[in-house]
Design a protein around this ligand. Structure first.
Ligand code: ATP
Ligand code: MG
Length: 333
């Protein structure tokens, strides 16, 4: 955690990096409605100077002025929260300092964010993890939320899924008894991290950064709409992600990608022969021992200098998986 903060402070001091973060986010949100960031003037930007488009708007910290200007206050909360979740889940890149002072509302109602000195990133694995836990909690499917932790490799297999699901119920259920406007998703995530620690999950700095920002973003929404319902606002974004990334269409795409990889491999006959041999020799052992792969295990292995051994295994796994795909295609075809 301390190292992550040290690194983010270093990055924050070099304004070229802040400009780059702003430019990256501008590209990500180019087609989004209701949220944008100022354009960067690269010619006038350097290590100690950042120059960007001037935003003529009202700061969200000035709630009275925003109301006086006649903006739809309920919509502000929804846009801020949905944008944040969209950035985290779709782009894996989010503004990690989204307080009222860094947000403007333009005359046309668009929210404009400045100050991208601190940003967070989520890997593909973490994005999927986040979406699935939020979806699981929205659906009250504690078993699924528990399984996601194991699938992501965040909680060791030695832990018991059922007991973990039970612990998740203990934090989820009291929340459903509360009035919607007092429910905080950020708070729920902090309770979740307390529980996951009990089950030997390592703290993940990028998720803690996300959780802390979520608390701030919810605060912004509530300052404009005290009855703001976090679940209702989050649901469309989370569902859309789940359908796009994990629904039937995504599964089909995954299968097609697998098949394409398999066909590519077929063209490389020599490797295929090696692959077949490896498959027959090592698959039973691999299945028996199972290899759990995630950022942490890889990191530990690199530290131990064992990475090349495991990477060798991964290569063979890829070959094995491709062979299985080809076999399937041949049978089906
Ligand atoms: N593009 C812009 N257009 C108009 N005003 C801006 C713009 N960028 C920044 N500002 C104003 O300057 C203030 C400080 O900018 P910024 O938040 O990037 O700096 P900071 O040093 O991180 O400040 P803080 O610690 O207050 O967050 C903003 O809160 C905003 O009022
Ligand atoms: Mg600021």
């Amino acid at each position: 955690m301390v190292e992550t903060l040290t690194q983010s402070t270093r990055i924050e001091m070099d304004l070229r990096l802040e400009a780059a973060a702003s430019s990256e986010m501008a590209e990500n949100v180019a087609h989004d409605k209701g949220f944008r960031v100022p354009a960067i003037d690269w010619e006038r930007t350097g290590r100690d100077v950042i120059t960007m488009e001037w935003i003529d708007g009202i700061k969200l910290s000035d709630v009275k002025a925003v109301i006086a200007a006649g903006h739809d206050t309920k919509k502000i909360g929804v846009t801020v929260v949905q944008s944040f979740l969209q950035h985290a889940m779709r782009d894996g890149f989010f503004h990690a300092d989204m307080h009222q002072g860094n947000l403007f509302i333009a005359p046309d109602g668009t929210i404009v964010a400045v100050d991208l000195g601190i940003v967070g990133r989520l890997s593909r694995n973490s994005k999927r993890f986040l979406a699935e836990i939020l979806y699981g909690f929205i659906q009250r499917d504690y078993r699924r939320v528990a399984e996601v932790h194991f699938e992501a490799g965040y909680v060791p297999r030695t832990q018991d899924v059922a007991s973990f699901a039970q612990a998740l119920r203990a934090i989820g259920e009291p929340i459903y008894g509360q009035p919607a406007e007092t429910i905080s998703m950020g708070h729920l995530l902090s309770l979740l991290f307390e529980i996951t620690q009990l089950f030997e999950m390592q703290t993940r700095p990028e998720l803690v950064l996300l959780q802390k920002t979520m608390v701030v973003v919810e605060g912004v929404a509530r300052s404009f709409d005290p009855k703001f319902n976090m679940w209702v606002a989050a649901e469309p974004v989370v569902s859309e992600y789940i359908m796009a990334e994990l629904g039937p269409a995504a599964k089909l795409k995954e299968a097609r990608d697998g098949l394409e990889a398999g066909l590519k491999l077929l063209r490389k006959a020599p490797e295929l022969a090696v692959g077949l041999e490896v498959l027959s020799r090592e698959l039973p052992e691999l299945i028996e021992n199972g290899i759990r792969l995630n950022d942490d295990t890889l990191y530990d292995l690199v530290q131990d200098g064992k990475a090349s051994i495991i990477l060798g295994h991964v290569e063979r796994w890829v070959i094995a998986a491709a062979l299985v795909t080809i076999a399937g295609a041949l049978v089906l075809g």
